[in-house]
Design a binder for this molecule. Structure first.
Ligand SMILES: Nc1ncnc2c1ncn2[C@@H]1O[C@H](COP(=O)(O)OP(=O)(O)O)[C@@H](O)[C@H]1O
Ligand SMILES: [Mg+2]
Length: 238
């Protein structure tokens, strides 16, 4: 579905990503985990065509991706960030906007928006203005908006990290159910191993812009790993 070969990204004198190989197969959710500043968001942005790597190649659905990424390819992906970027309109309109841009019929838009608001348990908020939502509600609406696009690849950058623990837990469970039902091909960034363990079958550990380990969450925890990876994982073993 998506492949990166020997991706590096430098800004000025700083190497942000170094020699990264990455594969994403249809229907899987792959995790990117690492401490703050390890390059998770940078890698996600490169994979989602928001930043152009300094070197290396990207392939999307078997085709090399050109430097200027064509709109039809961009429209096959969806993104959700840590802070929900909702427009100050009603919840319904926020979820509908991408579908309007894609010229879906009014009836189809209504059907899809209703369906995805329901999946994320926020149908009752449909007429509410986005600014009046709680953090957890806003993230649910952001996820509904991304899923409503029925993207070929979904990119989630720390979608729960600004939420309190119980809110995060509830959303993690609901998102897990949606993944199970839809098999949406996803890249999930998190600094929390719990998210990775619950939602992914495979994850890459990034340290200082490099992939230091890769495997299923249980394989990663079992080790043995390089010393610096062990040190990072030690935070999650208690
Ligand atoms: N556009 C940019 N210009 C310069 N440095 C950047 C840019 N984007 C990210 N960085 C740097 O790259 C490093 C990795 O950042 P980031 O990918 O946001 O890490 P993470 O998401 O793992 O916390 C940080 O040191 C950050 O300051
Ligand atoms: Mg980040």
């Amino acid at each position: 579905m998506l492949e990166a070969r020997e991706i590096s990204w430098t800004k000025g004198h700083k190497t942000i990503l170094q020699n990264i190989d990455f594969h994403l197969f249809p229907g899987e959710c792959v995790g990117l985990i690492g401490p703050n500043g390890s390059g998770k968001s940078s890698l996600l942005k490169v994979l989602a065509f928001l930043e152009t790597p300094t070197s290396g190649l990207l392939y999307f659905q078997g085709q090399a991706v050109p430097k200027s990424v064509p709109l039809p390819i961009r429209r096959k992906i969806a993104l959700v960030f840590q802070k929900s970027l909702l427009l100050n309109t009603r919840v319904f309109d926020n979820v509908a906007i991408g579908l309007k841009i894609r010229s879906l019929s009014k009836g189809k838009i209504q059907e899809r928006v209703d369906y995805w608001l329901e999946q994320f348990g926020v149908s009752h908020l449909s007429k509410q203005l986005a600014w009046s939502l709680s953090g957890g509600e806003a993230q649910r609406v952001s996820l509904a908006r991304a899923f409503a696009l029925e993207p070929d690849v979904l990119f989630l950058d720390e979608p729960f990290s600004s939420l309190d623990a119980p809110t995060k837990e509830g959303l993690r469970i609901d998102l897990g159910q949606v993944f199970k039902a839809t098999q949406t091909t996803t890249v999930l960034v998190s600094h929390d191993f719990k998210d990775i363990a619950h939602l992914t079958n495979r994850a890459l550990i990034l340290l200082n812009g490099q992939v230091m380990a890769e495997g299923s969450p249980s394989e990663l925890l079992k080790g043995p790993q390089k010393e610096e990876v062990e040190r990072f994982l030690a935070h999650f073993s208690s």
